[in-house]
Design a protein around this ligand. Sequence first.
Ligand code: IMP
Ligand code: MG
Length: 184
Amino acid sequence: MIRLSFELDRMLISEEALQSRVKELASQISADFTNKKLVAVAILKGAVVFLVDLMRCLDPSVELHIDFMAVSSYGASTQSSGILKITKDLDVDVKGENVLLVEDIVDTGLTLSYLVRLLQEREPSSLKVCVLLDKPDRREAEVQVDYCGFSIPNEFVVGYGLDCAGMWRNLSSIYVVKERGELA
Ligand code: IMP
Ligand code: MG
């Protein structure tokens, strides 16, 4: 029998590069929402680290509110199941609000395109999408991304909030994960 396990392969984006890009994204967002109310909606759990760093870099002139949604898309494997279920909905009503959807990564685009459609139905006054990472090679559903941190190759990555079977969210840099098959 072959037992599959995962291990960290190599660093893809350093902590310094992440921090400086997050600052740049925050400046863009601050410029777009100066003196406006903005409801940042982060997708649990992967976008938590990104949201926390991003919000601390936003200009105080942005009236920032935060909320969270959770969807189930990936199981313990690195493949998208394509099945989406809202496991935690927003606490606030976003009708008439400026909403910023904050996500860790856009891969096939199925998750974000679904969430964008869902939130549009709630009639926000504007809806923008901010992702830390974009894997354009795997896109199946089109998503308009307004603020993007890094475009990355089609490899499974962890760290800075992103996980592989629940592991490695706490790494402050982003690493590529390698799958290893062992005879058991
Ligand atoms: P999509 O629906 O295929 O765009 O997938 C988006 C979701 O899949 C993200 O919110 C992540 O939770 C997860 N995901 C996609 N690629 C990766 C990866 O390389 N590392 C960790 N999670 C990933
Ligand atoms: Mg996610």
